[in-house]
Design a binder for this molecule. Sequence first.
Ligand SMILES: CC(C)(COP(=O)(O)OP(=O)(O)OC[C@H]1O[C@@H](n2cnc3c(N)ncnc32)[C@H](O)[C@@H]1OP(=O)(O)O)[C@@H](O)C(=O)NCCC(=O)NCCS
Length: 189
Amino acid sequence: MSPGFDFSSFPILLTDRLRLRQITHADAEGMMAVFGDPAVLRFLNNPPVDTPEKAIGMIDWLAGNYQQREGIDWGITLHGNDRLIGMCGAYQWDRSDRHIDIGYHIRPAHWGHGYATEAARAIIGWCFQNLDLHRIQADCTDGNLASERVLLKCGFTVEGIWRESCWEHGRFVSIKQFGLLRHEFTPTT
Ligand SMILES: CC(C)(COP(=O)(O)OP(=O)(O)OC[C@H]1O[C@@H](n2cnc3c(N)ncnc32)[C@H](O)[C@@H]1OP(=O)(O)O)[C@@H](O)C(=O)NCCC(=O)NCCS
């Protein structure tokens, strides 16, 4: 258990261009804009979040993860505009082996501006500082080149591939595994 973080108040993270904050029911439309878009779902095995009810259900599920101290999901916004442009999170916190997984999703209209990398760096730095971690992990579908590039820009190393381990859009796909050790990360990586 982290000596420094007890989940009593949600950590808001600020970067040069982004404000990462808690996701609330007021973000239902924003969540639909992210997770209802087929381009975002291309490398995910999730059904589209295409109704307000599904969006609220997802937000409640994320809030439950936080309440149970299993993970933290941040809504990604730009300074001066509180509308979600994406979401990122850290989950599957393993306190005994001291690692956690991260993930990120950005609305296609905002792709290619470095926002996922900026958000990922922020949560990586926060997690290493606050969760007493030795390592951070991530994975992506083999062929999700944008996601892979985000991880490499953050300093991750490719550690392997689980061949045809996931059923995605009607076919088996391979999942690429990435890891970042505490001493390998610098905020400017
Ligand atoms: C992955 C994702 C979050 C990246 O968001 P983003 O804000 O555009 O990412 P960034 O701008 O920080 O970095 C993207 C990098 O990938 C590169 N890239 C994008 N598409 C690419 C492609 N088809 N081939 C190779 N590189 C690609 C960009 O050029 C950029 O690298 P660069 O800075 O060296 O030029 C976004 O594409 C997304 O939401 N995808 C759908 C959800 C998803 O797959 N999430 C990850 C699940 S593991």
